[in-house]
Design a protein around this ligand. Structure first.
Ligand code: UD2
Ligand code: MN
Length: 315
């Protein structure tokens, strides 16, 4: 046997950059949520995924490292479907990625956007090379693998044609469901708001932040950005936030009342006091720079990293 040599060993082969259009994509996918989905099966079917839900393509070097951040509480059966469908899709897309489930501890009011801020910071603590952040609801599965989970030169909105909205964009400023920002785009808007407790409004605040920062949303083709949402009732402790701008999607408008610098921003009728009208003021003080939380547990599961966090409660 050869003695360990002091010479530098054979260097790892230099892999070519991953192609812009991955060759192994299949296009439109059949997505259904009827057959039960045991986690053991999902694990068995994804042997290439490393502990914590990490993956690196074996045959090429990706340009980005993608952290997928999922806001979460009590949706285990949704997560199993999500992992079942998404791991193979992300693999075919030749992404280097990690999956982070940000689990809100306790039973106080849910706060989606704050959990997403936590995910951004905690993913970077795990791996400082993450430079693209995809924020996804746990119940949304893309119906087409050509919807590439990557970041571009503008913030990206992926979930544009959902079954629950008749496969149409519900309104021009809609930014809910699945979205992606690279690190500098995210920091440029001071991350997401921490002060939206309960259901709704936070996605519109994020849209406003992006517009106010002078960026434009990029979206896939409407035939490709199709999604299925697993049917569900409204969760406990995620009641509609009274300060959100809408009572229903139909209530929204790209406000025709506003002219000048805030034209085109999403807001409710002018007479009504809502948080959403104040994004311009609040985004400076409320965001990634001011988020306070306590990590209770980081646990690396075979298909994802679970981070349980105490994010406090509404004032
Ligand atoms: C819509 C948007 C969503 C967000 C929300 C308002 C779509 C497809 N999505 O979702 O992006 O803007 O409105 O806040 O239109 N969650 C839990 N446990 C809970 C509550 C929420 O895990 O107890 C997570 C989970 O990832 C869920 C997400 O938060 O998918 C959004 O909550 P939802 O699915 O109840 O709200 P929905 O479908 O109206
Ligand atoms: Mn949902």
């Amino acid at each position: 046997p050869e003695a360990p040599s002091a010479r530098p060993g054979p260097t790892a082969p230099v892999l070519p950059p991953c192609p812009d259009s991955p060759p192994g994509l299949v296009g439109r996918l059949l997505i259904e949520f009827t057959s039960p989905m045991p986690l053991e099966r999902v694990q068995r079917e994804n042997p290439g995924v490393l502990l914590g839900g990490r993956y690196t393509p074996p045959d090429c070097t990706p340009a980005q490292t993608v952290a997928v951040i999922i806001p979460f509480r009590h949706r285990e059966h949704h997560l199993r479907y999500w992992l079942h469908y998404l791991h193979p899709i992300l693999r075919r897309q030749r992404l280097r990625y990690g999956i982070y489930v940000i689990n809100q501890h306790g039973e106080d009011t849910f706060n989606r956007a704050k959990l997403l801020n936590v995910g951004f910071l905690e993913a970077l603590k795990e791996d400082s090379t993450y430079n693209c952040f995809i924020f996804s609801d746990v119940d949304l599965v893309p119906m087409d693998d050509r919807n590439l989970y990557r970041c571009g030169d503008q913030p990206r909105h992926f979930a544009i044609a959902m079954d629950k909205f008749g496969f149409r964009l519900p309104y021009a400023g809609y930014f809910g469901g699945v979205s992606g920002l690279n690190k500098s785009q995210f920091l440029r808007i001071n991350g997401f708001p921490n002060e939206y407790w309960g259901w709704g409004g936070e996605d519109d605040d994020i849209f406003n932040r992006i517009s106010l920062a002078g960026m434009k949303i990029s979206r896939p083709d409407i035939r490709i950005g199709r999604y299925r949402m697993i049917k569900h009732d409204r969760d406990k402790h995620n009641e509609p936030n009274p300060q959100r701008s809408r009572s229903s999607p139909g209530f929204f408008l790209l406000s025709p009342y506003v002219s000048g610098p805030s034209a085109g921003l999403i807001s409710a009728a002018p007479a009504r006091f809502t948080k959403i009208q104040n994004t311009k003021l609040t985004m400076k003080r409320d965001g990634i720079g001011s988020v306070r939380y306590q990590v209770l547990e980081v646990s690396r599961q075979p298909l994802f990293t679970n981070i349980t966090v105490d994010i406090g409660r509404p004032p």
